[in-house]
Each structure stands twice: as C-alpha cells, then as structure tokens.
Write a protein that binds this ligand. Structure first.
Ligand SMILES: CC(C)(COP(=O)(O)OP(=O)(O)OC[C@H]1O[C@@H](n2cnc3c(N)ncnc32)[C@H](O)[C@@H]1OP(=O)(O)O)[C@@H](O)C(=O)NCCC(=O)NCCS
Length: 139
C-alpha cells in the first residue's frame, strides 16, 4: 500500500483529527521497526522495539466500518507482533467505542489514563493507554 493510500484512508477514518501526511507515512514505514497490515479498505501500522509492539494507528474507510475489517487487521497485526515482542500497547480515546471494543477482544487492558488528552467534538476526552501480553489472549 503506498504512503498516499495510507494517508487517504487515515484522513477519511480520522476526519475530525489532523491527518498524517503521505510523507509522514513514507518515513514511518521505512523504519526497520515498523510493520503494516493492509486490507483493500484499511490498514494498521505497528512498531516493535525492544520487545514492545506499539499499534501506531489503525484505520478503516468509514464506508466499510463495522464489517470486521478492523478485527481482521488486528488479528494479522497481533500475529506478527507475537513474533517480535512479548507485550503490546496502544493509546485510544476513551469515547472511541469501536476501537475500545476491538482492543478488548485481543486482551488489551487499561494501564494508564491521560486526562483530557484528545479534542473530542467541542470538548476533550481522556486518552487510555492499553497493554496486552503476547501471545495475546483472544476472546
Ligand atoms: C476502530 C476501527 C479501526 C474498527 O474497525 P471496524 O472494521 O469498523 O471494526 P470491526 O467491524 O472489526 O468491529 C470491531 C469491534 O467493534 C465493534 N464496533 C464496531 N463499530 C462500533 C461502534 N460504532 N460502536 C461500538 N462498537 C462498535 C464491533 O461490534 C466489534 O466488536 P465485537 O468483536 O465485540 O463484535 C474503525 O472503526 C476506524 O477506522 N475508526 C476510525 C479510526 C480510529 O478510531 N482508529 C483507532 C484509533 S485508536
């Protein structure tokens, strides 16, 4: 998947946030630590360093959300993460119900909270830092 396609999908999925540019994606995927899982309508970008895998971002085209594409991307990402790390972490807005439900499925638990970290509509919402042991406990 090209940096341009990644940026397009990211902008569509995160329509109320600053989208990451194609240049930013090009630099990220160039890193020896990065790994990417893709689908025609979405992708997930990870980084694994020193035994820890971080989900940097996951995005599914809004026209195709709710079709278990996110689940498939996580499934594949976790499978790769398990070969590179013994723990996984990520950050998510507390009010992002779809993402929280998805992460819960792969055994992620909240380990920290950053109060009022994200802009959400007209207000602010907490960021949750979630962590999962690898191999992941899938439910
Ligand atoms: C989060 C995201 C990647 C999920 O992808 P998706 O393909 O829509 O999700 P899936 O169809 O695989 O569903 C994943 C889970 O979320 C649940 N879900 C989906 N949409 C939901 C919604 N609007 N509200 C609550 N739960 C929802 C599903 O029921 C499923 O849970 P289950 O396994 O318990 O049934 C996608 O919604 C997205 O790109 N959102 C915008 C970008 C974003 O927020 N990324 C995450 C940032 S941390």
């Amino acid at each position: 998947m090209t940096p341009q396609t990644l940026a397009r999908l990211h902008a569509a999925a995160f329509h109320d946030h600053r989208a990451w540019t194609a240049n930013e994606f090009a630099q990220l995927i160039d890193s020896e630590h990065a790994f990417l899982t893709t689908h025609a309508h979405g992708f997930a970008l990870w980084r694994a360093v020193a035994g820890e895998a971080e989900l940097l971002t996951i995005a599914v085209d809004p026209a195709h959300q709710g079709q278990r594409i996110g689940h498939a991307l996580m499934q594949e990402g976790i499978r790769l993460a398990e070969t590179k790390a013994d723990t996984a972490f990520l950050e998510v807005a507390q009010d992002n119900a779809a993402a929280c439900a998805l992460y819960d499925r792969f055994g992620f638990k909240v380990v920290a909270r950053r109060p009022a970290y994200y802009q959400s509509g007209t207000g602010r919402t907490d960021a949750l830092v979630m962590r999962a042991p690898l191999p992941a406990v899938r439910t």
